[in-house]
Design a protein around this ligand. Structure first.
Ligand code: ADP
Ligand code: ZN
Length: 731
């Protein structure tokens, strides 16, 4: 690649800042000059802000008033390929560039001078006596002679406790030294022995190795049932990238980023990789950001925004559980990390591996039409087999009101308790009860700020709105008719199911897993690990248990309401239910014991339920694909959602109507416009929401048309317009 353009001191250049301005600002190059791509600090009014030297200045700003760049930051400059990626991602999602830049600089203190911290090196002294643990520490130091480690890293790498390391410092065998805080990550060794792969796995790993070694862009769907060894296979692809001297990124749904997973990676490569997620400390984030840029972090394990780190040479992106809806960011920049991975990889000649047991229809279709390569792992590793799946026809079951666990399901649970195995009951509903109703007048308790019902959370002893998070106490008297003592919960939530299970199995240890019952992600992960170790007989969980946890003792999964996801009018309702049920069922029988999954349903003859039970996935996808093709919807057509919001309903609708009347740019590309109509949740946090939907043909230049369409409209008052390309949710 060519050297980037250089600006001599005093020359006019353009800086893209992270501030919400719709253009690049002109400055004078600082003393010593700077390259295009340099991260800089520039004055903006009275403030100093972060920016990137974007190119030559536009020149329309008076030269005499031009201010100088304050300084060039001591971080790796933005590479051309990153700039191209941000530009394309901005165009694709219709996001202003400064907002993209903000996403790409989400580490604090990038402009601070490097701070120092204590690290350890080999010292002169010898320990008074040599123990195994001490020997391990010294062996690590010798192996990586030239490097310094923090006490914690050293202890982790040697597999000893912190006190062993402390002891060696006291005796002078290790010496403390001040070093810049942002240290390189310990090197990973791709040549440590891997597990012996099965034939299936080895074939897949070889194909990925060839792909990585091609040095070209490509995307592969790695499809395999839960437990088939997808992780083992893609870790070999990571090894291939590391051997080639390129960096690798493993994206996981946030909740799947567990200590268990990191330990597996460490076991394979001999050291811990860089981690990037919402739980990481600020200093850790900065370290990752800087070291990734210098190529001194070879592997990043991260949540979706890790895609926007400034890799020096990214050769491989793994998107694990690629169908997971949390890859779509639903606020701020509306992007889908899965799709952006493909874009990013195309920019830097990298390979993408999309791993899933139940791929999204988009990915399935891309593999079907040959755009993506497809690799299959067909069986579970070892003796473990897929659970047997059956429906419980709820029309035949006799249940007292206010209970949801059918006699058949109860019987299956009893059997597990007798055998010392675990059961999981799945219900995708947080809280105690979805409705609180007055038995005297029939009124329901609704949120004051939103068009949504309040959900009782008995654990908090309050009602809560799942839209805005507002809470209030459960009223004694009905807010509508004022009759006292008649307010009653209606319907099941996960907490209520917990009470029912406790009543049915008073001796059993019961664990309720719902995101809102834990103060922090860490506490939740801790609990999950305890449960995996056997500290519960019955687990009750919402959606979050579907994601990648390994419970070896689990042999029964009971789905309380398999029909729940099928009720919406959502385009992806069938697909989502199918994925979720298969994923949940996949939790059972992961170790040696075979599993069973029972789906409670009032409509077991529904095509989606039948497809889930029959296990004929290809048939399900083909049928689903055919329906979408006929309807001309994604992936066979394009869609964009427009959400208008504001505190004044009339104003919001006026804007919607004006947009609908002036839709020439959409007509030009043959796109259909639906709405304005109230969004399914028509008011959130006191703001009215109105929705419009655009449907276009597959090849249509949708973003360009939308950009031209909305450009003339000015947002008066507190009106907001946001564009959601490829919407996943229709709320
Ligand atoms: P997936 O990612 O498809 O759910 P994993 O890679 O997590 O599957 O594999 C499931 C379990 O089986 C893990 O505990 C893994 O270590 C083990 N396993 C898979 N393949 C092998 C193998 N070839 N040798 C030894 N253990 C394996
Ligand atoms: Zn609310």
């Amino acid at each position: 690649m060519n050297e980037p353009e250089f600006f001599q001191q005093g020359e006019r250049l353009g800086v893209l800042t992270t501030q919400p301005l719709d253009r690049v600002l002109d400055y004078r190059a600082p003393e010593g000059g700077c390259f295009r791509g340099a991260f800089v600090e520039v004055p903006l009014g009275p403030r100093k802000v972060l920016g990137v030297v974007w190119g030559r200045g536009a020149g329309d700003f008076e030269a005499s008033k031009l201010r100088a760049v304050i300084r060039v930051l001591d971080v790796a400059p933005m590479r051309e390929e990153m700039r191209a990626f941000l530009t394309k991602a901005a165009d694709y999602t219709l996001t202003p560039l400064p907002q993209m830049l903000r996403l790409a600089t989400r580490a604090p203190g990038l402009s601070d001078p490097p701070s120092m911290r204590k690290v350890l090196r080999l010292g002169e002294g010898a320990p008074d006596r040599m123990t195994d643990a001490r020997q391990k520490v010294l062996a690590v130091m010798e192996e990586f002679g030239g490097l310094a480690f923090t006490p914690k890293e050293l202890a982790d790498m040697a597999g000893v406790t912190a006190s062993v390391v402390k002891g060696l410092v006291k005796q002078g065998a290790l010496r403390e030294e001040e070093a810049p805080r942002d240290l390189p990550y310990p090197p990973l060794n791709p040549d440590l022995p891997s597990k012996d792969l099965t034939e299936d796995q080895a074939t897949a790993a070889r194909a990925l190795d060839r792909a990585v070694h091609s040095g070209r862009y490509g995307t592969t769907l790695l499809k395999g049932v839960t437990g088939s060894g997808k992780t083992e296979v893609y870790l070999e692809a990571v090894a291939s990238a590391l051997r080639k001297g390129r960096q690798a990124l493993v994206l996981l749904p946030e909740i799947a980023l567990t200590a268990e997973f990191l330990k597996r990676v460490e076991a394979r490569f001999g050291a811990t990789p860089a981690e990037w997620h919402s739980g990481a400390t600020m200093t850790e984030r900065r370290r990752v950001w800087k070291m990734v840029g210098q190529g001194k972090a070879q592997l990043v394990i991260g949540a979706r925004s890790a895609l926007f780190l400034p890799y020096r040479d990214l050769g491989l992106i793994i998107v694990d559980e690629e169908h997971d809806t949390s890859y779509k960011q639903e606020d701020g920049v509306l992007y889908n990390a899965r799709d952006m991975s493909v874009l990013r990889a195309a920019m830097c000649s990298a390979q993408v591996v999309l791993a899933s047991a139940t791929p999204s229809l988009e990915t399935w279709a891309n593999a079907d039409n040959g755009k993506y390569t497809r690799l299959n792992l067909t069986s579970r590793f070892g003796t473990s087999v897929l659970p047997e799946m059956r429906a419980i026809d709820m029309r035949d079951e006799d249940l007292p009101t206010g209970t949801w666990i059918s006699p058949k399901l109860k019987q299956a649970m009893t059997l597990r308790i007798e055998r010392g195995e675990q059961s999981l009951l799945f219900l995708n509903r947080r809280g105690f009860a979805p409705l609180t109703i007055c038995r005297a007048c029939g009124a329901q308790v609704a949120c004051d700020n939103c068009d949504a019902r309040m959900v009782e959370h008995r654990f908090m002893k309050r009602l809560m709105c799942h839209q805005c998070g507002d809470t209030k106490p459960v009223p004694e008297a009905c807010p509508t008719c004022e009759v006292e003592g008649k307010m009653a919960p209606v319907g099941p939530g996960i907490e209520r199911l917990g009470e029912e299970a406790a009543a049915l199995f008073p001796e059993a240890r019961i664990a309720v897993l719902s995101s809102d019952l834990f103060g922090s992600a860490r506490a939740l992960k801790q609990r999950i690990e305890e449960i995996a170790a056997g500290e519960a007989d019955i687990i009750l969980g919402t959606q979050l248990v579907a994601k990648g946890h390994n419970f070896p003792l689990l042999t029964l999964v009971g789905v309380i309401d398999a029909d729940l996801g099928l009720q919406g009018s959502d385009l992806r309702a069938g697909e989502r239910t199918f994925q979720l049920m298969r994923q949940v069922a996949g939790r059972a029988g992961r170790a040696e014991r075979p599993g069973e999954a029972l789906l409670q349903s009032f409509q077991p003859e529904h095509p989606v339920i039948r497809a889930i039970l029959s296990g004929d996935e290809e048939e399900f996808w083909r049928a689903e694909a055919e329906q979408r093709r006929i309807a001309g919807v994604p992936p066979y057509g394009r869609m964009a959602g427009i959400i208008l919001s504001g505190t004044d309903l009339a104003q919001v609708f006026d804007l919607g109507n004006a947009l609908a009347r002036n839709n020439r740019p959409l007509i030009d590309i043959n796109a259909m416009l639906y709405g304005p109509a109230p969004a399914p949740i028509a008011r959130v946090r006191g703001r009215h929401r109105v929705r419009m939907l655009i449907k276009a043909e597959k090849g249509a230049p949708l973003q360009d048309a939308i950009a031209r369409w909305i450009k003339p409209f000015r947002m008066k008052g507190d009106l907001r317009l946001s564009v959601d390309i490829d919407p996943q949710n229709f709320f």
